[in-house]
Each structure stands twice: as structure tokens, then as C-alpha cells.
Design a protein around this ligand. Structure first.
Ligand SMILES: Cc1cc2nc3c(=O)[nH]c(=O)nc-3n(C[C@H](O)[C@H](O)[C@H](O)COP(=O)(O)OP(=O)(O)OC[C@H]3O[C@@H](n4cnc5c(N)ncnc54)[C@H](O)[C@@H]3O)c2cc1C
Length: 619
């Protein structure tokens, strides 16, 4: 181990460390034992309970190898053994969409319908992933994927689902102190790192949403950038010209949607490369792509600076993003869905205790259940038969086949052409187009929030690092869980971002595939080293001891993250009815398509709406 790694505490005995490089693991054809990485919480010793697993999560080793062997190498799966199980419905994918499909199926075809949900991960919920830590007798929760509920966008269908599950949005809002890193005593923060900017520097109190150009100028003066870059930025935020003046409405629309934001910053904002770099990772977490790929309109919507050049008074309106949240993100929603389908998994669970309810995973897949949820099971084929559908999946290296009347594909659409090779060619092409955007959420349990408190921050943007944001994850006192902001004990820091694609990847889907590959090729130590460097250099001056204060690390990597929503600069204006997601989701005999991909929009409510549609298409 290198000296610098020792100084970073890389040799310390944290809760769990994964020494195996994933691609090596796949090449060896090894399968991890189910209990690998388990760190049991109280009452769960020895039980199968994946939320407490640390190390490499999200797309964890063992979850994706069968699908990749089929899709990338065209590797045939072994001859399947027929199971003596028949169902009314098989759902492929146990994310929010797949779980919702099972719920809607019960409504349409009756509570006694026999349903099997097959999920390739070792836990249910898909992106809605719970990370659960136990420290000193206390449970700390963090989100491993899907964060929150953007309730203002909900359809009637989604609102009805929320009502049915007892989710009270007003209650969730009232009991949330978490503010995405903006509500520390010293306000929002930006941390510049020495590797990128020549010095480590934390700036607090102001950010580009500040409407007063003088305050902004004083703040920009502190940036560790060249004098020229700082002057450019100061001039830019003080500008009040309207580049759209004199244009017709149609021309203005065409300009803001057809112009690359960075070209706009160069041409009208007078910024050079060094100043522009600051904004490149700003959308990593929220869009899953680098800002260089976005249009003026998309960045204005995201509230990046520049609106003052589009005829608006302010640099940016005040930050008012306030979604509803559970302390494990939308994993609590997935838990409520699973409880609605299989009540024995956690008797007595409701929306007010779901975050602390003990889930008994042994109940998920019992023969006596009308609904069964089978984990660690990757579907490799689904074919229409005369009377229904035949579905083959891999579990523990065995290929198993069963029959059902119907099948809902609630998995990522890019894999469907490989599972259903008989689909029409145009539909398979459309599904292949829906390349998802990789995302990364690394949770680090630290001994105490003292260093963050001393700095007066609850998070920071890190424009030079792999994770664009670090957020202190507490203050979501919902679902029966409480972790007040005033509690300075152990807390999870959520590092949020994505992996930038290699420079040579040009076209957007190509960029996303290259970034996905990069994400999978990094091993646990790469991620660990990265978060430790940030912790040492950002929090060290405030007393954080990187060798001893890191208690556990969970890397949630999501190569198949956000659904492919259409971007101004990359996707054509498809003729009515011909957008890829509309072609991709066409029913195919007894097989229909759900998942947020089917709505070309990376939201939980879209995943639910698409499940509803997919079930209504079955007869
Ligand atoms: C890091 C992150 C943060 C997000 N934050 C938010 C947020 O704050 N708010 C919001 O509304 N949305 C958010 N999203 C978007 C999120 O994708 C949706 O909200 C929603 O969780 C998607 O649900 P889904 O069921 O459509 O897809 P998924 O959650 O992807 O579920 C599909 C499941 O199918 C499984 N599967 C795939 N192939 C197979 C196979 N062959 N066999 C068996 N199973 C298979 C997958 O592994 C997966 O578990 C976030 C996404 C990510 C990755």
C-alpha cells in the first residue's frame, strides 16, 4: 500500500471493504455468496438483510454478469430446467415500476392473481435503494439511489397510489430539515481542490443563485482561478443585456433550445475555458450528463447563471427545491409497495413507521404467497407461447423456466431486445436507443458531524472531483425515523455525482456507454481513495481525522441510472408518435413494457404511470 494511501486511512478496518475487482470477478465466473458484505443490525444477526451490506452496492458484483454475458458477448444461457410453477403475471424487475405493475395487476385481475417478481439484484426497489448503517446502537439511514418525491408533477394515478400507501406529502414536508447542502449556518459551500485548482479552498455563504452582482463579485474574487478567469466571471454576472431582443418568439425558442450553453457563455458571457470548467459538472447528479452537453434552455431551467442575458432581472431566482422525502429516499416507498403485496414481510407497517420497520426477507418468496418476489434472479428470455409467456431466468448459475399468462417488462429497455429476440426490429432499435445515464452515490458513515458543524456547512459542491456534491444526510424525520440536525453523532455523508466519459466519446449515447464502462472498471479502492482525499482535504482543517473517523463506505454505482430523456442538442424532434420510447413500449403479445424508460423521463412518478399503462394493455 502506498504511503499516501496509508495517510488516507485506506488500511483501516472499516465496516467492510471489497478487495475484488469486479471485472476480474466476472472473468473468473465467480458468484458471491449471498451473505457477502453483510453487517447485521440489531435483531438481524445472521439473517438475509441486504440494506446493511456495505462495499460495492447499487449495481453490485453478482447482479449484472449474466445480463452482460448475454447482451455484450451473445453468450447462450444453459439449457433451462422447467419449474413446476405457473403464474398469472411475471414481472421482470423489482423496482418501483415493477412493484407498481404487480399492484395494478391485482386491481385489474383480482387479489388472488398469482404474481412473481424477478429481480437481478440482491434487494428489491431497483434504484430506490436503502443503505442502513448501525453504529453504537444507533441506526443511520441513507439513500443509495432514488432520492425523493417531486409531488408537484404527480398524475391522478400516482396521487391515488400515494393515498393508498398512506403517504402524506404534507407530513413529509413538515418533518424535513434536510436542504441539499444549502441550509448550514454559513449557507451553501463550494470546495476547490488542490489537484484541479492548485489549492484546497472552501468558500461559503454565496453561490451563483445570489442575485446581487456585488456580493457575487466579492465571492468570485476568492476563487482560486487566474485573474483573467475571475474578471471574466465578474463581468458576466454583472451583465444585463438581452441577447434575445429583436428576435421573434419562434427564433428565441430556436436559439435557447438549439444553442449549446457553453457556446452561449463564450459568445455572450465572455467566458474562457478556465471559467467555464467551473460549470461542467454542475448537472452531474441532476441530469447524469456533463453541462457541456446541454442547451441554454436546459441550463436556464437548471438555474445556472446566464438568465440575466435572456431578459430576466435576476441572475437566478432563489433556490426553492423542496421535494418530499423519506430518510432512505424512495426505498421507503418501495418497502410500502412490497408490504402491500406481501404483508407478512413486515406486519403492521405503514407510511409512519416504514423507515424503521423490520423487514423479514425470508417472507418474500414463499410458495403460499399469492405474490412472490425472487431476488438474485436475472431474466434472460421471455417468449410468447400460444397461451401466455415462457420466462427463463438465471439464479445461482442455474437457468430456470416457468410459464405465466402475462409478463410485464419493468427492467431497463436496453436489455429487452436480448430477452425478447422475436420483437419487431424497429422496436428493438428503439429500445437500444434508450441508453441510461450513469449515476454514483457513495455513502460514507463518519464518526461525527463536528467538522461540518464547525465549518457551518451541510454540504458542498466540489467542481473538480468525481462526486460533484457532498451532502450531510440527516434531518429527514419521517417514516418513524428521527435524526435531528442538532445531533452531532455518526452521520452519513452522501457523495453524489457521476463518472465523466472519456474525452474521445462524442455522441451522447456513446458518452454514456463509455462512462458506464469506466464506472464498472473502477474498483472499491478507487472510490474509497477518492472520498478519503476529499474528506481529508476539505474537513481535515476543521478537525476531521481521515484515518479514524471513517466508519463505513457504501458505493452505490448505477451504470444504468436515469432514463434517457430527450435533450435539446442530441435528440431530434421526432414526428408525432415516433419517439423511441413510444415505439419501445408497444405491447408484444402477452408482454408489455413498463419502467421509467417507457416514459423517457427519470422519475418515480413516471415509473408508476408507466406500470399502470403496461397493465391496462394486458387482456
Ligand atoms: C442515483 C439515482 C437517483 C435518483 N433520484 C431520483 C429522485 O430523486 N426522484 C425521482 O423521481 N427519480 C429519481 N431517480 C430516477 C429513478 O430511476 C426512478 O425514480 C425510479 O426509481 C425508476 O424505477 P424503475 O422501476 O422504472 O427502474 P429501476 O429502479 O431501474 O428498476 C428496474 C429493475 O429491473 C431490474 N432488471 C433489469 N434487468 C433485469 C433482468 N434481466 N432481470 C431481472 N431484473 C432486471 C433492475 O436491476 C432494476 O432493479 C434516480 C435514479 C438514480 C439512479
Amino acid at each position: 500500500m502506498k504511503k499516501t494511501d496509508l495517510e488516507l486511512g485506506m488500511g483501516q478496518d472499516i465496516t467492510r471493504r471489497d478487495f475484488i475487482h469486479d471485472t476480474g470477478l466476472a472473468a473468473l465466473g465467480l458468484c458471491l455468496p449471498l451473505g457477502a458484505f453483510a453487517s447485521a443490525g440489531p435483531g438481524q444477526a445472521g439473517r438475509y438483510y441486504p440494506p446493511t451490506r456495505t462495499g460495492m452496492r447499487g449495481s453490485h458484483p453478482g447482479a449484472f454478469e449474466s445480463a452482460h454475458a448475454l447482451a455484450r458477448a451473445g453468450k447462450p444461457f444453459p439449457a433451462p430446467r422447467d419449474l413446476d410453477e405457473t403464474y398469472d403475471l411475471v414481472v421482470v424487475g423489482g423496482g418501483i415500476s415493477g412493484l407498481a405493475a404487480a399492484q395494478y395487476y391485482q386491481k385489474k385481475f383480482g387479489q388472488n392473481a398469482r404474481i412473481l417478481i424477478l429481480e437481478n439484484h440482491d434487494d428489491f426497489g431497483g434504484h430506490a435503494k436503502r443503505n442502513e448503517f448501525h453504529q453504537g446502537g444507533q441506526m443511520r439511514l441513507a439513500l443509495g439511489g432514488t432520492h425523493n418525491l417531486e409531488y408537484w408533477q404527480f398524475s391522478d394515478t400516482v396521487n391515488a397510489m400515494m393515498d393508498e400507501l398512506g403517504i402524506d406529502i404534507e407530513h413529509l414536508l413538515r418533518h424535513k430539515e434536510f436542504g441539499y447542502g444549502r441550509n448550514g449556518e454559513n449557507g451553501p459551500a463550494v470546495w476547490f481542490d488542490a489537484e484541479t485548482y492548485g489549492q484546497n479552498k472552501l468558500l461559503t455563504g454565496v453561490d451563483f443563485s445570489e442575485p446581487d452582482p456585488e456580493k457575487l463579485a466579492a465571492w468570485i474574487d476568492e476563487f482560486p482561478l487566474s485573474v483573467e478567469a475571475r474578471e471574466q466571471l465578474k463581468r458576466f454576472v454583472a451583465m444585463r443585456t438581452n441577447v434575445l431582443e429583436g428576435m421573434s418568439e419562434a427564433d428565441a425558442e430556436a436559439y435557447v433550445h438549439g444553442t449549446r450553453y457553453f457556446d452561449f457563455l463564450r459568445e455572450h458571457g465572455g467566458l474562457g475555458d478556465e471559467a467555464i470548467q467551473f460549470f461542467d459538472s454542475a448537472n452531474d447528479g441532476s441530469w447524469g450528463v456533463q453541462t457541456r452537453n446541454l442547451s441554454v434552455a436546459e441550463c436556464a431551467w437548471e438555474r445556472l447563471p446566464g438568465r440575466q442575458l435572456l431578459g430576466e432581472d435576476l441572475v437566478c431566482k432563489a433556490w426553492d427545491y423542496s421535494p418530499a422525502m423519506f430518510p432512505d429516499g424512495n426505498a421507503s416507498l418501495a418497502r410500502l409497495q412490497v408490504h402491500a403485496l406481501i404483508p407478512n414481510v413486515a406486519p403492521g407497517t405503514n407510511a409512519h413507521n416504514v423507515a424503521v420497520a423490520e423487514f423479514d426477507y425470508d417472507q418474500l418468496d414463499r410458495a403460499e404467497n399469492t405474490v412472490r418476489l425472487r431476488l438474485n434472479s436475472t431474466v434472460v428470455n421471455a417468449a410468447n407461447t400460444g397461451s401466455g409467456v415462457s420466462v427463463t431466468y438465471i439464479n445461482d448459475d442455474r437457468a430456470l423456466r416457468l410459464e405465466a399468462r402475462h409478463c410485464v417488462m419493468a427492467c431497463y429497455h436496453v436489455i429487452i431486445p436480448h430477452l425478447c429476440p422475436d420483437l419487431p426490429a424497429a422496436q428493438k432499435e428503439a429500445q437500444k436507443y434508450q441508453v441510461k445515464r450513469p449515476l454514483l452515490l457513495t455513502n460514507v458513515l463518519i464518526r461525527s458531524s463536528a467538522a461540518m458543524d464547525k465549518l457551518g456547512i451541510t454540504g458542498a459542491r466540489c467542481p473538480g472531483r468525481m462526486h460533484n456534491y457532498v451532502l450531510m444526510f440527516k434531518g429527514i424525520n419521517t417514516g418513524g425515523f428521527e435524526h435531528k440536525f442538532a445531533d452531532d453523532g455518526p452521520v452519513a455523508l452522501t457523495f453524489w455525482g457521476t463518472i465523466a466519459p472519456p474525452a474521445e466519446a462524442i455522441e451522447l449515447n456513446e458518452q454514456m456507454r463509455a462512462a458506464q464502462a469506466k464506472m464498472l472498471a473502477l474498483n472499491f479502492e478507487d472510490y474509497e481513495r477518492e472520498v478519503r482525499i476529499v474528506l481529508r482535504n476539505m474537513l481535515g482543517p476543521a478537525g476531521f481525522d481521515v484515518e479514524n473517523d471513517v466508519l463505513a463506505i457504501t458505493v452505490n454505482r448505477w451504470p444504468h441510472g436515469y432514463a434517457h430523456d430527450y435533450l435539446d442538442l442530441w435528440d431530434p424532434d421526432w414526428p408525432e408518435g415516433e419517439a423511441p420510447h413510444l415505439i419501445a413500449r408497444r405491447p408484444f403479445g402477452n408482454i408489455t413494457m413498463a419502467n421509467s424508460d417507457a416514459g423517457a423521463d427519470a422519475y418515480t412518478h413516471v415509473a408508476i404511470d408507466e406500470a399502470f399503462r403496461a397493465v391496462q394493455e394486458l387482456s
